[in-house]
Design a protein around this ligand. Structure first.
Ligand SMILES: Nc1ncnc2c1ncn2[C@@H]1O[C@H](COP(=O)(O)OP(=O)(O)OP(=O)(O)O)[C@@H](O)[C@H]1O
Length: 273
């Protein structure tokens, strides 16, 4: 059956190929080396942050305005700085459920990622109180993406060893997110052709490139979105487009206008296949 996984056919999302280049866990040696360097840099940052923790009760320094949300490990509050009045989001993790190392990890990952302009900025202030650890970030007061997406998250394939952490996973996640934002739906439940007809239909369409094979959930997308998503959602991690490929598709419509014909035949050409 077209789209079914075969020996030389597509592999599941996040799985690997090009085995001669690979080291442990499906990563190339270069990726492994980069990962080890990042882990060492994070470890250094955690050591330094442990030495500069502010020891105080949160309400001595900040005034609570209202709760912003609740995560698995702690709560997030909107606070203002008692002297300056600056609004901030304070993430508070209760000590009984959080080790110092666990807190430092979350704090420092936030600090590292927060330098990107599209990610919430974390401020370098970690606080140790009697009952909790806290850190401060930029407050985001207009809701998060989950408010626009029906709660349901796309399950990864059941690989016993898990998915190797590599940039192709982020590209896949970006593809799923863009699809959700454009259509209001997830593209499929699981990226397994034998278990999910929506994914199987996508593989059939990718293989044929024929307009008549366009799966129903993809109706209404413009050729630029087709090309972007085909690249980001390529089942082969090593062939998948980089996250930065999104830049090539900016400035063109991603949705068909009302009444416009589907121009899906152009997808393969757009995607450079
Ligand atoms: N900087 C922020 N500004 C506004 N709201 C925030 C901010 N950070 C978190 N929130 C809200 O608080 C909720 C919980 O955030 P939190 O970071 O604790 O958990 P999470 O990242 O959603 O999940 P997990 O518990 O797995 O870490 C978020 O879903 C969001 O609604």
């Amino acid at each position: 059956m077209p789209g079914k996984q075969s020996e030389e056919g597509p592999v599941e999302a996040g799985a690997s190929e090009d085995s001669e280049e690979e080291g442990l866990g499906g990563l190339t040696f270069k990726e492994l080396q980069q990962g080890q360097e990042a882990a060492r840099a994070l470890e250094d940052m955690m050591t330094l942050s442990a030495q500069t923790l502010v020891r105080a009760e949160v309400d001595e320094l900040y005034k609570e305005v209202r709760p912003l949300g609740q995560g698995r490990y702690g709560r997030v509050l909107l606070v203002t700085h008692r002297q300056k009045g600056t609004p901030l989001a304070l993430k508070q993790l209760p000590k009984p459920r959080t080790s110092l190392r666990g807190f430092l990890y979350e704090f420092c990952v936030g600090l590292s990622l927060g330098v990107h302009s599209a990610i919430v900025t974390a401020y370098g202030i970690g606080i140790e109180s009697a009952q909790s650890y806290s850190f401060l970030t930029e407050p985001v007061l207009h809701g998060d993406l989950m408010a626009f997406i029906q709660p349901k998250l796309c399950a990864p394939p059941p690989l016993p060893e898990g998915l190797p952490i590599q940039p192709a996973l982020d590209a896949w996640a970006l593809g799923v997110l863009v699809f959700c934002l454009l259509t209001g739906y997830f593209p499929w439940d699981q990226p397994l052709a034998e278990a999910d007809p929506f994914y199987e239909d996508f593989l059939i369409w990718q293989a044929s490139g024929q307009p008549q094979d366009r799966p129903q959930p993809w109706f209404g997308l413009a050729p630029a979105a087709d090309a972007l998503l085909w690249g980001l959602l390529d089942p082969h991690p090593r062939r998948r487009s980089a996250v930065s490929s999104i830049r090539e598709h900016l400035g063109r419509p991603w949705r068909q206008r009302e009444g416009e014909a589907e121009e899906v035949g152009a997808v393969k050409e757009e995607a450079g296949q």
